[in-house]
Design a protein around this ligand. Structure first.
Ligand code: NAP
Length: 282
């Protein structure tokens, strides 16, 4: 039986560092990091993520500002809020909850976030820097995946990594970060042929497709490290893309859902806000 990779445990160490950073600054009467999170409409997942961001930020001593706009607002209303936050010297990081309702132009709105406050690495500039190997901020979910792998003291160099999913917010940046770590990376998607065979030879399999329990034991080998990014609501529970009970008996190491990738993501967002504060002071 494989072992479980505990995202909460890995997050604890990062949380300790953030708490120390903030309390040191408070003692010296210096500015503390403050994050602004923008929610447009009433998407259940986005409301959940925003609440968990607030909880983690406050528990670590960071500031948190909620900006909510109704679904009936216009692109210009969201852009105007972003401009205000870009100018606000007390705000170091801006998070836009995605996806936006379908009546909004997501690309047009994202472009307006100042790259110096883009702690979720959404803008063209942030993504361009990531792909040039010079990221300003590491995108949080992909960084969570890499941080969990590194916590296992596994040498990533030359490893055969298969990333399942090619979205701009998860699949592609995960693949890029792992390429930056000198892994040999294969990206798969809905048109990939012989998917099972491609996945089965992976040393590290990262799954981000949003299909609950899609990956069973026939997709992995005995030595595989499996990282499950999926978070779908399935039969009333948050469920990963990997069928945990079937895969844990076959692979070497596996992240649970919840308690794996997601347990670290929000903490890394606050870490990026701390870095933004330091970067913007100079
Ligand atoms: P997305 O934008 O819907 O992209 C899904 C990707 O999976 C696409 O590239 C799609 O291929 C591929 N795909 C779908 N079905 C497939 C299949 N049967 N075989 C092979 N590939 C398939 O999703 P996303 O935003 O990347 O999110 C993926 C999952 O991660 C979701 O469950 C989401 O909730 C979760 N998530 C978790 C966190 C966290 O912190 N834990 C953060 C963000 C997202 P095509 O490109 O060909 O369509």
């Amino acid at each position: 039986m494989g072992k479980i990779i505990n995202g909460k445990e890995v997050a604890l160490k990062v949380k300790e560092d953030i708490k120390n950073f903030i309390s040191n600054r408070k003692e010296k009467d210096l500015k503390i990091p403050k994050i602004a999170s923008i929610l447009v409409g009433n998407d259940g997942g986005s409301i959940y993520y925003m609440a968990s961001q607030e909880k983690v930020a406050v528990s670590l001593g960071a500031g948190f500002l909620k900006v909510t706009l109704p679904e009936t607002s216009k692109n210009e209303d969201v852009i105007s809020e972003i401009h205000k936050l870009n100018e606000d010297k007390d705000v170091q990081g801006i998070i836009l909850q995605l996806p936006l309702p379908s009546n909004f132009d997501e690309k047009k709105i994202i472009k307006e976030i100042s790259p110096s406050k883009d702690i979720d690495c959404l803008t063209f500039e942030s993504q361009g820097k990531l792909y040039m190997g010079e990221p300003k901020f590491l995108p949080c979910t992909p960084n969570s995946v890499v941080t969990l792998i590194k916590s296992l003291n596994v040498d990533i160099v030359g490893k055969n990594v298969v990333v399942l999913g090619r979205s701009n917010i998860v699949g592609k940046p995960v693949a890029q970060l792992l390429l930056n770590e000198n892994a040999t990376v294969t990206i798969c998607h809905s048109k990939t042929k012989n998917l099972r065979e491609v996945c089965r030879v992976a040393d590290i399999l990262v799954v981000a497709i949003g299909r609950p329990k899609f990956i069973d034991e026939t997709y992995v080998n005995e030595d595989a490290i499996v990282i499950d990014v999926g978070t779908s609501s399935f039969e009333g529970k948050i469920t990963g893309d990997v069928d945990f009970d079937k895969v844990i008996d076959k692979c070497k190491l596996l992240t649970p859902v919840p308690g794996g990738v997601g347990a670290l993501t929000t903490t890394l967002l606050i870490k990026n806000a701390c870095e933004a504060l330091e970067q913007n002071e100079y």
